[in-house]
Design a protein around this ligand. Structure first.
Ligand SMILES: [Zn+2]
Length: 374
């Protein structure tokens, strides 16, 4: 009897609109559907996808939250305001120091967060949700370990091409689940936009990987089931807004008069209702403040307000520039309202069971497939 193996290819930012435009997956997947996502970035969506829990439940929303006493970057408390050119060099040193102090197992980047403000923030998630025990909720990896499912995982700790080659090799082994995560399409689309020819080329590469896996499985007597999915989609940027500049022009300085974190598509503010109004006004018809009720409904309401007293979210295609994530515009972004069509991820499967409506249903989907095939 053929040995059952489930291949999971998790492609960061492979949105349903992109899958449809390029015809990705062709006729090979009987189950093809858009996959609902959560508000936020991969730091929210990946833990939700792996655990089936909302950001409010597992605690990881944006990459950065407000620091409590003894935060990861408390050692920078007296760090001075530096000119931009010096700041860039100092950031590498700060990162090395933070890594030596083992602030986190999770993936993170300091982006362009002003270093003199960094001690006011902490990482939203310190554990690595891809590692067993890495999240406060049970993940699909915790579950597989508990059930004795033999699995292999390849993700951002090594390069995409190496990972795809290693997954192919692993078909000869005795693993039951081969789990490949890649964020390289995400990085590409941020640079070139979502419908660029190089995106089509990258998708052809994934397509050829999937065909190779199918062929190799047949040759080695493996009954291969494949699931391709993404944590969120991506939207081309059409215009930029500058709430940070508007606040400075109004005489309100971040860190002195109030605290704010400028994400790429949202501004999260603490402490000053006037600052919230100015930020919302700067977005104008390009965004709006989310009510507590709406945040609750989205599974992104935090009673301790560690991610912000107020959340101002940009509308799809509107980018906050400059932000703490970057000082110049990029071609495409995600982190817009999950109800927008371009925010949705995709779910393609030949494993049979009906597609989950959102990424919160992936864990139980995989558990069901494994229970049925083992
Ligand atoms: Zn991204």
């Amino acid at each position: 009897m053929a040995r059952p193996v489930v291949l999971v290819l998790l492609v960061d930012a492979l949105g349903w609109e992109i899958v449809q435009r390029f015809g990705f997956g062709g006729e090979e997947f009987p189950v093809r559907a858009p996959l609902g996502t959560v508000l936020g970035y991969s730091s929210a969506a990946i833990p939700s996808l792996l655990s089936g829990a909302t950001p409010a439940e597992h605690g990881s929303w944006s990459m950065f939250k407000r620091a409590e006493a003894h935060g990861s970057f408390a050692f920078l408390e007296r760090f001075p305001r530096l000119p931009h050119a010096l700041e860039w060099r100092a950031r590498r040193w700060v990162r090395q120091l933070a890594d030596r102090r083992a602030c986190a197992r999770a993936y993170y980047d300091l982006y362009e967060i002003p270093l003199h403000l960094l001690h006011r923030f902490d990482l939203g998630q310190k554990g690595d949700p891809f590692e067993p025990g890495g999240l406060s909720r049970e993940t699909v990896f915790d579950w597989m370990r508990r059930e004795g499912v033999r699995y292999r995982l390849w993700y951002y700790r090594s390069g995409e091409e190496d990972n795809l080659a290693a997954a192919e090799q692993a078909l000869s082994g005795d693993d039951e689940v081969l789990f490949v995560y890649t964020a390289e399409l995400d990085a590409l689309m941020h640079r070139v936009g979502i419908f660029h020819e190089s995106v089509a080329a990258r998708l052809r590469r994934y397509q050829s990987f999937l065909s190779t896996m199918r062929g190799a499985a047949r040759a080695r007597g493996v009954a291969l089931a494949t699931i391709v999915l993404s944590d969120h989609g991506m939207t081309d940027v059409t215009r930029v807004v500058d709430p940070w500049g508007a606040l400075e022009r109004a005489g309100k300085r971040v860190g002195r008069d109030f605290l704010a974190f400028f994400d790429s598509t949202m501004v999260r503010l603490w402490g000053d209702a006037g600052a919230v109004d100015i930020a919302a006004e700067a977005l104008g018809d390009g965004g709006r403040r989310l009510s507590d009720e709406e945040l609750r409904g989205l599974g992104c309401w935090f009673s301790a307000r560690e991610y912000g007293d107020a959340i101002v979210l940009a509308h799809p295609g509107v980018l906050v520039v400059p932000s703490f994530m970057g000082s110049s515009p990029i071609a495409a972004m995600h982190g817009y309202h999950p109800d927008d069509a371009y925010s949705r991820g995709c779910f393609l499967s030949d494993a049979g069971a009906p597609a989950p409506a959102s990424l919160l249903g992936f864990k139980s989907y995989l558990e069901r497939v494994l229970r049925e095939t083992r």
